[in-house]
Write a protein that binds this ligand. Structure first.
Ligand SMILES: Nc1ncnc2c1ncn2[C@@H]1O[C@H](COP(=O)(O)OP(=O)(O)OP(=O)(O)O)[C@@H](O)[C@H]1O
Ligand SMILES: [Mg+2]
Length: 341
């Protein structure tokens, strides 16, 4: 492990770590549980995720990373250190790190990411913009003068960008993604059944029967929660059509933003995108019918890579080979201004 370089995708939903030569070696929910009185950390990752919605008043479960940006610095630093220790053991010399960040985050937000990671004793940190990493992870050669349009729909944000010549020609980031879909399901179940369900239950339903384009067959899923009128436990069998109705509005907001980006895309790049199609990545790209809906609305082909949720981490991993270029002042896809030496 000594001297091995790694890439980190600090997502709202999960932290993924890619080890050069090995691929993704860690994928854990970016969740921390801590005691509110003492600030003692009780659980991290999968263990903390199991506590979501099930804690006592003494324990809080939080996402220290929100939309690729650090919302709670101390906890985020703790999580990053915990995972780096986990993969690096007790080795003193820490690797060089490529970390993905959303487009358009501020210098202060970038610095927070760099500081949180460098506290673990990492020798060098390079930043890569998420749409660029997503395109590389999807197998696109981004160094050529040819445009490609990537939409990464994660948990907290949808990042989209037109990429050419290793750079971002135009990009947008909106806080509308998987979490918003869960919220829409919670609202629909509350309105239709007077039933209050938790975010985990809603996410389960989304993964089981969620869709943004009509499924060929009607499927149902049982959700359990509390009746808002009686206060008693209750369940309901919700159908994919009801979920479709709930998810359509947030999905259309994402598509409208994509259409705005396309409207501003220079004509030459637009021609390339029209030929190759749109690349859809991020965990929410797995939502049934998203590719079809985008394709119908934009009148373009849409391509979903095999494991869309891993594209950003894999792309950041591929960018590890650019670290040496950066040292030779041939900056490539990495952001040299933010490297910590
Ligand atoms: N099969 C599925 N169907 C629908 N949604 C899914 C599926 N699998 C995962 N998701 C959703 O994908 C989201 C997580 O995606 P991803 O891992 O790309 O997010 P992230 O990178 O952590 O977040 P962000 O990029 O917003 O910071 C979650 O909201 C999850 O519910
Ligand atoms: Mg992501």
């Amino acid at each position: 492990m000594l001297g091995t370089d790694i890439a980190i995708d600090l997502g709202t939903s999960s932290v993924k770590i890619y080890l050069d030569g090995k691929g993704i070696i860690l994928n854990e929910p970016s969740v921390v549980a801590y005691e509110q009185d003492t600030d003692n950390i009780v659980a991290i990752g999968h263990e903390a995720y199991a506590m979501v919605g099930r804690t006592s008043s003494k324990i809080a479960v939080v996402h220290p990373l929100c939309n690729g940006v650090i919302s709670d610095f101390a906890l985020a630093q703790y999580v990053i250190q915990h995972y780096l220790k986990k993969i690096n053991g007790s080795k003193v010399v820490m690797p060089r790190v490529v970390v993905s960040v959303p487009c358009g985050i501020t210098e202060v937000e970038k610095r927070a990411v760099v500081d949180a990671i460098s506290a673990s004793g990492v020798r060098k940190i390079c930043l890569i913009e998420e749409p660029v990493a997503a395109a590389m992870g999807a197998g696109v050669d981004i160094s050529i003068p040819h445009g490609c349009f990537v939409i990464d729909i994660g948990g907290g944000t949808t990042d989209m960008g037109v990429i050419s010549l290793s750079g971002v020609a135009i990009a947008r980031s909106i806080k509308m993604a998987g979490d918003a879909f869960d919220e829409a399901i919670i609202k629909m179940v509350r309105r239709k059944y007077n039933l209050l369900i938790g975010t985990r239950m809603a996410e389960e339903a989304k993964m089981a029967i969620g869709c943004v384009y009509p499924r060929k067959e009607i499927v149902t899923h049982r959700v359990k929660g509390r009746n808002m009128l009686t206060g008693l436990p209750q369940w309901a069998d919700i159908s994919c059509d009801e979920v479709l109705e709930a998810l359509l509005e947030p999905a259309m907001q994402i598509i409208r933003t994509a259409q705005e980006v396309l409207e501003k895309t220079p004509p030459e790049l637009m021609g390339d995108i029209d030929t190759d199609g749109i690349i859809l990545t991020g965990g929410s790209a797995l939502l049934y019918g998203f590719d079809t809906l985008i394709s119908k609305k934009t009148k373009m082909k849409v391509f979903v890579p095999e494991t869309p949720e891993n594209c950003v981490a894999v792309g950041a991993g591929k960018a590890i080979s650019f670290i040496d270029d950066m040292e030779n002042k041939n900056y490539g896809v990495l952001n040299p201004l933010n490297a910590a030496y």
